[in-house]
Design a protein around this ligand. Structure first.
Ligand SMILES: Nc1ncnc2c1ncn2[C@@H]1O[C@H](COP(=O)(O)OP(=O)(O)OP(=O)(O)O)[C@@H](O)[C@H]1O
Length: 353
C-alpha cells in the first residue's frame, strides 16, 4: 500500500512545464530515488512534496492525509516531513548542539539525552557539540543536518542531493551510513539525485524523470537492465546499443548472434548490452572479429575503441569494460555475452552509445 501518493502533479513556471502529470507511489519504510538530468523537474517535485512550492494541479497524500490538492496545501511545518539539502543548510551562528536541538521542544526534560542519542546515531563524537558548523568537515556537517532532520521524528525524509558536495570516497561512506540510519529508524525516504550510481545503490525504487515527466519507475535492476528507451538506457549507465534482426529468441547483430527473451517478436529492433554482460574472447570463437584501435585505462575500467574487421564502413564501437588483462592495441578479439540482450522499444535504427 502506498504511503506517499502523488497523483497527476503539474507545475509550470511561465511556459516551462517543470512537472507534467507526474504520479508516484512510495511504500512505507522504503527508499525511492528520483533521478534524471538537470532541469528534469526532480527538485520541483521534492519541493512540492515538502511544501516549499505550490502545485498547479494534482494531489499529494501522506499516510492517507491530503497534503496538496491543486493549489490547496498543508503548510510545510505541519507535514511531518524532514529535509536534508545539498549544503546541509546548518545555522552558521549556532553550535552543533543547538542546530540539532532546533527541531526539539525547548522545555523537554530529555533534550540533552535526545541530542546525545542523535550524535551517537550519526556517529559523531560528543566533543563536537559545542563547535560551530564551519569547524566540521563537509561530511560531518551533512551528518548533523541529518540529525537535525531526524530530531523531529519525521514520517518522511526528503534528501535533495545531500551527498553531491562530498568527494567520492566520503560520498559512498555517507550514502551507506544514511541508508543504514534511515533503515534502522524505519523512515520512508525519497532521494533526489542526478547521479545514476547513487540512485541505483540507495533505492529499492528508482523513478526516472525527463522533461518534467516521470518516464519509468521500477527496481534498480529493472530500470538498469530493462530501460524504457534508449535515452533512459544511456542515462543509467554505459551501454552498447546495436541494430538487430530478431528471430526465435536470437538477435543477429553486426557483432554476432546474441540471445534475447524468447517472447520477443521477430523483426528489426535495437538491442542493449550492458558492459558487465560483455566479455572479450579469443578471435577464433566463430563470432565476427574486432580490432582494438585504442585502449584507455581509467583505474577500474578500460575504454576500448573497436573496429569491425570485415565491415570497414561500420563506425568504431566504444566499450567500457573492467579487467586486468586487456589485449593490446592492434589485437583481434571477439565478443561474448552473458545473459540475454534487452530489446529496446524504439524501432529507430541508429548505432551504439
Ligand atoms: N523558481 C523557478 N522559476 C522559473 N523556472 C524554474 C524555477 N524552478 C525551476 N524552474 C525550471 O523548472 C525546470 C525544472 O527544474 P528543477 O529544479 O525541478 O530540475 P532538477 O531536475 O531538479 O534540476 P537540477 O538537477 O539541475 O537541480 C527547469 O527548466 C528549471 O529551469
Amino acid at each position: 500500500m502506498s504511503f506517499l501518493t502523488v497523483r497527476a502533479l503539474s507545475k509550470h513556471y511561465g511556459p516551462v512545464a517543470a512537472l507534467d502529470d507526474v504520479s508516484l507511489d512510495v511504500r512505507q519504510g522504503s527508499r525511492t530515488a528520483i533521478v534524471g538530468p538537470s532541469g528534469s523537474g526532480k527538485s520541483t517535485l521534492l519541493r512540492i512534496i515538502a511544501g516549499f512550492e505550490a502545485a498547479d494541479a494534482g494531489t499529494v497524500e501522506l499516510d492517507n492525509a491530503t497534503l496538496v490538492d491543486g493549489a490547496n496545501a498543508v503548510p510545510a511545518h505541519l507535514r511531518g516531513i524532514g529535509i536534508v539539502s545539498q549544503d546541509g543548510a546548518l545555522f552558521p551562528h549556532l553550535s552543533i548542539a543547538d542546530n540539532i536541538a532546533f527541531g526539539l521542544d525547548r522545555r523537554s526534560p530529555d533534550r540533552k539525552k535526545r541530542i546525545a542519542d542523535l550524535m551517537a546515531l550519526i556517529g559523531l563524537d560528543l566533543a563536537m557539540l559545542e563547535r560551530r558548523p564551519h569547524q566540521l568537515s563537509g561530511g560531518q556537517q551533512q551528518r548533523v543536518a541529518l540529525a537535525r532532520a531526524l530530531a523531529r521524528q519525521p514520517r518522511l525524509m526528503l534528501l535533495d542531493e545531500p551527498f553531491s558536495a562530498l568527494d567520492t570516497g566520503l560520498r559512498e561512506q555517507m550514502r551507506q551510513a544514511v541508508t543504514q540510519i534511515l533503515g534502522d529508524a524505519g523512515i520512508t525516504a525519497v532521494l533526489v539525485t542526478h547521479d545514476q550510481a547513487e540512485a541505483l545503490s540507495f533505492a529499492d525504487q528508482v523513478a526516472l524523470m525527463r522533461g518534467g515527466r516521470l518516464v519509468q519507475r521500477g527496481t534498480p535492476r529493472d530500470v538498469y537492465f530493462h530501460p524504457a528507451d534508449r535515452e533512459t538506457a544511456l542515462f543509467l549507465g554505459d551501454a552498447l546499443i546495436l541494430p538487430a534482426k530478431l528471430d526465435g529468441g536470437t538477435a543477429s547483430t553486426p557483432l554476432g548472434c546474441f540471445p534475447v527473451a524468447k517472447h520477443e517478436p521477430s523483426g528489426m529492433a535495437q538491442i542493449l548490452l550492458r558492459p558487465e554482460q560483455i566479455q572479450l574472447v579469443p578471435p577464433d570463437s566463430g563470432q565476427p572479429q574486432l580490432e582494438i584501435l585504442h585502449a584507455a585505462f581509467s583505474g577500474a575500467n578500460w575504454t576500448l575503441q573497436l573496429r569491425l574487421i570485415d565491415q570497414p564502413n561500420h563506425p568504431p564501437l566504444h566499450l567500457r569494460i573492467s579487467g586486468v588483462d586487456i589485449p593490446s592495441t592492434g589485437s583481434h578479439v571477439g565478443l561474448a555475452v552473458k545473459g540475454v540482450a534487452h530489446v529496446l522499444e524504439e524501432a529507430e535504427m541508429s548505432q551504439q552509445q
